[in-house]
Ligand binder design. Structure first.
Ligand SMILES: Cc1ncc(COP(=O)(O)O)c(C=O)c1O
Length: 394
């Protein structure tokens, strides 16, 4: 490998949400954090260089993305995923969740039903409920191998019964790690078009795809689908720049784009962050090789964890991730209540993870691990877990 992902850096005292806010978030300092989704690898050197250059000028005034900056986002999609989304469709926002929230406000009214598929990234439900919309969850179904999928009959039934206006698709899916197949996306498209449901597709994890799986952008399905899609992405997951807030949102239909822009203005947002834009440019143009390597490294972490659990902790069942850098593990074999499981994870295993139930009721008994970290951290996490389980069984 050209790049180093093995070095463990001390991220304490760097204003890191993951490492420096244990007390504020009611955790203890000795819990090893594998929760919030940023990486414990350094950002690609090309991005660091671009940020240094941008800072050298000593001016941090207003800026704006040019047409060429939009093109590099579309070209990244084309290079990595074989689909060229029209760069003219892009509207920049300070974050994917901000973009999704803006779309909810622009394309629905208070009281309207918005559907998600839990267990899913929890800010989706917050964005719906905090804006006075009605939350509908079409639960994913889990087979006996722990793989998740849609139940399309109930998906359609819930849409018609609740007069759903918007569906928020997580693709690839956080936390269950599915990379949705083209046929699955086509089925979602067929049902949502039939019932006039707008789709917000969050593709922020699209660059983390493993083995034979292939990422298909929802917007690539057809022209009709594209015009009914708000496509949200960001460089932040791929290049580990979550603290540099910028998120291109593709809205392909001109009328919808106008409405979205109006809502964005009404929320008081106009110009993008100066440093975030500089970082984004370097990210999407100079870091392909870094991304190839980081994806391989994380894939090895995933396989390492899977082997470890199979061989040493068979009572825990991990869903094999097809994508994302997150793993989803069923702890129900330990027979603990939600409360006892949380206590066990924090106090016995000394880990800071994301508890499954925050992703929805169906996440009860699960924990989500973030494996975008040097192998040593993953090893330490699993060793802590093994010792705690041994102690629990005594
Ligand atoms: C599915 C998904 N969407 C959005 C985000 C966050 O994006 P942003 O920081 O751009 O709002 C995350 C972060 O973990 C995520 O997993």
């Amino acid at each position: 490998m050209k790049y180093d992902f093995d070095t463990v850096y001390d991220r304490k005292n760097t204003n890191s949400l993951k490492w420096d806010f244990a007390m504020e978030r009611h955790h203890s300092e000795d819990e090893l954090p594998l929760w919030v989704a940023d990486m414990d690898f350094k950002t690609p050197p090309q991005v660091i260089e671009a940020l240094k250059k941008a800072s050298d000028g000593a001016f941090f005034g207003y800026t704006e993305p040019k047409e060429a900056d939009k093109k590099i986002v579309s070209e990244w999609y084309k290079r990595r995923h074989g689909f060229y989304p029209d760069p003219e469709s892009i509207i920049f926002t300070p974050g994917t969740v901000f973009g999704i929230t803006t779309a909810i406000l622009a394309f629905s009214d208070p009281g309207d039903a918005i559907m998600i598929s839990q267990p899913v990234y929890y800010p989706f439900s917050e964005a719906v409920l905090d804006n006075g919309r009605k939350l509908i969850s079409n639960e994913l179904v889990r087979d006996n191998k722990g793989r998740y999928g849609f139940d399309f009959a109930s998906f359609e039934k819930q849409i018609t019964e609740n007069d759903v206006k918007i569906y928020i698709l997580c693709s690839p899916h956080n936390p269950v790690g599915r990379v949705w197949k083209k046929e699955e996306l086509e089925k979602i498209a067929e049902i949502t078009l039939k019932h006039d449901v707008l789709v917000i597709a969050d593709e922020i994890h699209a660059d983390f795809i493993y083995e034979e799986n292939e990422f298909v952008s929802y917007a690539s399905i057809s022209d009709e689908v594209r015009n009914n899609t708000v496509l949200a992405t960001a460089p932040s997951k791929t290049f580990n720049t979550a603290g540099l807030q910028i998120s291109p949102i593709f809205i392909f239909d001109q009328g919808k784009r106008r409405l979205f822009r109006k809502k964005l203005g009404a929320l008081g947002y106009s110009q993008v962050d100066f440093l975030a834009l500089a970082a984004m440019k370097a990210s999407y143009t100079e870091c392909d090789e870094w991304v190839d390597e980081v994806v391989d490294y994380i894939h090895e972490n995933i396989l390492y964890m899977e082997r470890f659990l199979e061989e040493r902790l068979p009572e825990l069942k991990m869903t094999h991730p097809e994508g994302t850098y997150l793993t989803w593990v069923d702890f129900s074999g330990l027979g603990l209540s939600d409360r006892d499981l949380e206590r066990f994870i924090r106090e016995d295993a000394k880990l800071w993870l994301d508890a499954g139930f925050i992703f929805g009721k169906s996440g009860t008994g699960f924990e989500r691990f973030n494996l975008a970290a040097p192998r040593k951290i993953v090893e330490e996490c699993l060793n802590r877990l093994e010792s705690a389980i041994k102690y629990l069984k005594k």
